[in-house]
Design a protein around this ligand. Structure first.
Ligand code: F6P
Length: 467
């Protein structure tokens, strides 16, 4: 029996670090391992003419159903529409959109493939939970083919404001697809606000007093469910990671210098170039930091088929060389830039040993590394979170983190210095306040509250249909 069917484009890969697989895989894996569920998605492979057979297997207590994509599907749906159109649009980068109609058709075709595959595993008890911008049309396609199961959708990225969304030629279709879901979840109140506004202006949706959206007589409910982490698992991994041979090797290499860390997929939305510039400004303006801090940036390559990503990689290599060439000493290298991933335990151990985490995206749906960093800390000697106010996580963590504007290079450099020199007592107080937030909304609460809302809203729809 598949009581919960989750579908996302990518499913987790066992050996990847948290920085490389993105928040979706980490968050959903945690949620699903507690439920009787099945996770359906792309197996990560492309073939000239793939067989349409679904591969079923168990991993880490979760059942998976995966399938390959054709090279053409991958080009149009994944590289094209998902990553060259929707991703930049949803991250407020219209200048990076590379649109054409063929990509949109490819997007719909692969969404149809997902819908068809879901239909092979669905039964009358199933609830279906679709994830992220790659699969927005799946719910609509399922309904078209007669599936009546409760349908939920969660967007892990930001949702753009109306004036950006309407850059997309088929924005009306996209909004209609969204209206097929019983429950739609967003990371922050701002995303929810944008979505409701777009639904009203874009396709004339009615918004009832309790927030229910009505489109062509169909009702759906959108709300905020900030994704979170499994605190205990993160804490245990961090402790083990710190004491592992890798963790100890890192410690020796630091030679008692405070560590600042960043761990992000190599993506222009993460603000890495500006972060490197801010670090250079720190070393320029606060001379006593020279020789007395180490910044490690772990950024495995991502979406390498998209031009902007390859260009960013070249830029980061250049800036790393520049910063190290300018400030390094024969016994100190200021910036260690690692264009590779590590297993999760090592990353968690690195986070625990860091005095400061640099999480300075130019735009981010949530950013779970921010939450993992908090959970990883030693309560006696916790580190400081430097967090962009443009990351979804800043809505919950504003009291404990040091917020910054990632576009303000001098401002970020000053916040870095403040974080590095923060007294222990203040570090503890800030960390405590962030831990309280995490304890009040961990990954289990996230999935439980979303699924409870899904049951409720689907129940209302069915009651309405019977009347
Ligand atoms: O969290 C956003 C997201 O796009 C996920 O949907 C995705 O799994 C992750 O980032 C990594 O991106 P990609 O699957 O393109 O490598």
């Amino acid at each position: 029996m598949n009581s919960l069917i989750v579908a996302s484009n990518r499913v987790p890969s066992p050996d990847k670090g948290s920085g490389s697989q993105g928040g979706l895989a980490v968050g959903v894996m945690n949620a699903l391992s507690r439920t009787d569920g099945l996770w359906l998605g792309w197996n990560g492979n492309t073939e000239e003419a793939p067989s349409r057979v679904i591969d079923h297997y168990d991993f880490d207590g979760v059942r998976f159903a995966t399938f390959p994509m054709s090279i053409e599907e991958h080009r149009l749906f994944y590289i094209g529409y998902s990553n060259e159109v929707l991703w930049p649009l949803f991250h407020y980068r219209p200048d990076m959109i590379e649109y054409n109609r063929e990509k949109e058709r490819g997007y719909l075709a692969v969404n149809q493939l997902f819908a068809d595959n879901i239909r092979t595993v669905v039964n009358e008890d199933s609830r279906i939970w679709i994830h992220d911008y790659q699969l927005m049309a799946v719910g609509h396609l399922l309904r078209q083919s007669g599936v009546e199961a409760p349908l939920g959708f969660f967007l892990h990225t930001p949702f753009p404001p109306w004036d950006l969304l309407r850059i997309l030629p088929e924005y009306e279709n996209l909004l209609h697809y969204m209206s097929a879901y019983d429950t739609i979840g967003f990371q922050t109140d701002l995303d929810l606000y944008n979505f409701r506004d777009c639904m009203k202006r874009g396709i004339g949706a009615e918004v009832e007093e309790d927030g229910t959206l009505v489109v062509d007589g169909r009702r759906s409910r959108a709300d905020v469910y900030p994704i979170s982490i499994d605190i205990e698992t993160a804490r245990e991994m961090a402790e083990q990671g710190e004491h592992s041979p890798t963790g100890q090797r890192l410690k020796r290499s630091l030679n008692n210098r405070p560590l600042m860390i960043g761990t992000d997929r190599l993506d222009y939305s993460k603000g890495l170039y500006k972060r490197f510039q801010a670090y250079e400004r720190l070393l320029e303006r606060f001379e006593e930091r020279r020789g007395n801090v180490i910044y490690i940036q772990i950024s495995p390559s991502s979406r390498t088929d998209v031009e902007e990503y390859a260009a960013l990689r070249t830029t980061l290599e250049r800036v790393t060389g520049h910063v190290n060439g300018r400030f390094a000493e024969y016994d100190w290298m200021p910036l260690r830039y690692l264009n590779r991933g590590y297993d999760r335990a090592s990353i968690m151990g690195f986070l625990r040993q860091s005095r400061v985490a640099l999480i300075t995206p130019l735009r981010d749906g949530m950013n779970l590394v921010a939450k993992e960093f908090i959970a990883a800390q030693d309560p006696e000697d916790p580190g400081v979170l430097v967090l962009s106010h443009l990351a979804g996580a800043s809505r919950e963590l504003a009291d404990g983190a040091l917020l910054c504007n990632p576009f303000d290079i001098d401002g970020v450099a000053e916040v870095m210095e403040r974080a590095l020199s923060m007294p222990l007592e203040e570090r503890r107080a800030r960390w405590q306040s962030m831990m309280t937030v995490l304890r009040n909304n961990d990954i289990h609460q996230w999935s439980e509250s979303f699924l409870a809302a899904l049951d409720h809203n689907a129940g209302r729809r069915r009651d309405g249909q019977q009347q």
